[in-house]
Design a protein around this ligand. Structure first.
Ligand SMILES: Nc1ncnc2c1ncn2[C@@H]1O[C@H](COP(=O)(O)OP(=O)(O)OP(=O)(O)O)[C@@H](O)[C@H]1O
Length: 250
């Protein structure tokens, strides 16, 4: 099989206070896959994600992105390859205009002028926010800021897009629109979520992390219909939602 875009092997990590958050995690994601990372509070999902672009450094094991190890010497290239959209868009938007925020990353790489404009506009078009290019981000709604945050990552043309709780705090229409955007992108996606219907809708595959280890890795449908697994790892479907009868998207 081809080299995975994301290759995590035997990853273990303890926080400086000694709390062991990951115990030998293996995760291989191939190009074009959309994978949901599920698990109860405290499972280690965020800790894992923070290893993907070198914010945390593996205590044991390894992480590589398209064959490039995540280590200090490669961090600039790794952070171009792995785009993380954090849960709070305000962690990613800090400039005076949407244009400046989306252009910030490429400008730092030395891209300027027409090429910078082209990339900024393309990323904003991908998330349906082109008309807001000259607006201050703090004048946008939360859902609009989340889309701009996605654009700040897409503009770097990442190989893998990592989203932390992308549907949180979105109204139903914004939630559906973001799903449409994510489905339209030609990029590998790893999505951390507690929104199990969203995982089923968007991600054919789910990995369940619990107590710092991978306890399931398979089709999202199989995971969500495995009642014993779901109960054992505190995963609960919303009231009235049954994956067996959830309407497939046209
Ligand atoms: N800075 C830290 N120092 C010590 N322990 C930490 C730190 N951050 C997280 N932890 C612990 O590591 C474990 C994993 O936390 P993590 O945030 O990765 O879980 P999570 O799966 O993302 O949870 P949630 O669904 O609540 O966001 C938890 O037991 C947590 O208490």
């Amino acid at each position: 099989m081809s080299t995975p875009v994301l290759d995590v092997r035997g990853l273990a990590y303890a926080y400086p206070d000694g709390h062991q958050a990951l115990f030998g995690v293996d995760l291989h994601v191939h190009q074009g896959e959309r994978v949901a990372l599920l698990g109860p509070n405290g499972a280690g999902k965020t800790t894992l994600v923070l290893h993907l672009n070198g914010i945390h450094t593996a205590g044991a094991g390894s992480v590589s992105v398209s064959g490039l190890p995540v280590e200090k010497a490669n961090l600039q290239e790794i952070r171009r390859r792995v785009g993380i959209v954090f849960q709070d868009p305000d962690d990613q938007l800090f400039m005076g205009t949407v244009r400046a925020d989306v252009g910030f990353g490429p400008a730092n790489l030395g891209i300027k002028g027409e090429e910078l404009d082209r990339r900024v506009m393309h990323a904003l078009e991908q998330v349906g926010m082109a008309e807001y290019v000259d607006r201050p981000p703090h004048h946008l709604s939360f859902g609009q800021r989340r889309r701009v945050a996605v654009a700040t990552v897409l503009v770097m043309e990442p190989e893998i897009l990592v989203l932390d709780e992308p549907s949180s705090n979105l109204d139903p229409a914004s939630r559906r629109e973001l799903a449409d955007i994510l489905r339209s992108l030609d990029v590998t996606v790893l999505m951390v979520t507690h929104d199990l219907p969203y995982a089923l809708e968007l991600c054919p595959r789910s990995v369940v992390l619990s107590g710092g280890t991978v306890v399931a890795d398979g089709s999202t449908y199989d995971v969500l219909t495995d009642d014993a697994l779901m109960t054992a790892h505190r995963l609960e479907l919303p009231f009235g939602f049954d994956p067996r009868t959830a309407a497939p998207r046209p």
